[in-house]
Design a protein around this ligand. Sequence first.
Ligand code: NAI
Ligand code: MG
Length: 354
Amino acid sequence: MKIAVLAGDGIGPEIVAEAVKVLNALDLDFEMESAPVGGAAYALTGHPLPEATLKLAMEADAVLFGAVGDWKYDTLDRPLRPEQAILGLRKHMGLFANFRPAICYKELTHASSLKPELVAGLDILIIRELTGDIYFGQPRGRRVATDGHFPGAEEAFDTMRYSRPEIERIAHVAFQAAQKRSKRVTSVDKANVLETFQFWKDIVTEVGKEYPDVQLDHMYVDNAAMQLVKEPKRFDVVVTGNMFGDILSDEASMLTGSIGMLPSASLNSKGQGLYEPSHGSAPDIAGKNVANPLATILSAAMMLRFSLNQEAAAQRIEAAVQAVLAQGLRTPDIWSEGTTRVGTAEMGDAVVAA
Ligand code: NAI
Ligand code: MG
């Protein structure tokens, strides 16, 4: 088994170092190979996703990714910016299924912006389709309108589209994930207004017939946005398109206390995956040993589960994270009165010890 380790820039190298420490502590048989990506790669090679880095990622069984997007590179032309690296990896690896669990650890119940009783025990999984929808649909562009409310005016347009196989494969992923959890899927759409999402709803319903043990319901996206803050625990697995999933998963992340706690997995049809924290490269705190490494460590656990077939090892990591929280150890983003403030490296060491 080979893991490509792409730390990136900003806090990326600090948080990935802690996840690597934890992986090494497991004493499992795999090889880790590092390569530069994002701003770090631009500084070395003039490109955010060098050929050699992409090749390593494509050949590996899994990619452990830190973060990219240091502000230093904000003035570069768009194709050279660090963020192009993550978009390029998603595209080239065909990473269509994005898993974003939102788990509220009991020790962090009071860190959420919602009332503790609404989030206590929260454990939902948002599955976002990652390579289709209006984010990638063609045609798109700017032109002079020939119809509409203002013929002759400048206008911009994008195209929302999904093909049957794209919807079928993400629906299967969701139902299979639900079979391993509490056997409930909520498919989020806007079928009342958009043909693309009526099609989505029809196909998810069809696929659902192959999973009679899983209960399926449908919800319009505007209601889902409301229910996530009104009664988040009503959800278990949520499956939705690229744009709705982008927005709802960020909303859900805030229920759990800190973005520094949230892992993610992005999978393709070959079982390969890219695992990264849900946050960015946090240039405001980079190099200060204050970033929370737990999202990255939990992403490494997802990697063991989904790509490396090491469920027991994944559970050991998750239990260790729970244990350090129970010991009262907190990086500044999750610190509260009465707990012990630790740095990035100390948090990683504590997880290794646990
Ligand atoms: P961000 O997630 O990097 O930071 C948002 C806020 O959360 C900041 O105050 C930061 O200090 C804090 N934060 C983030 N991760 C943390 C952690 N592990 N521990 C403690 N605090 C943490 O989002 P922002 O500031 O919008 O973006 C910064 C750069 O990252 C941008 O260039 C953006 O494009 C890029 N980005 C990259 C992503 C990726 O690599 N997949 C995803 C999102 C943003
Ligand atoms: Mg987003």
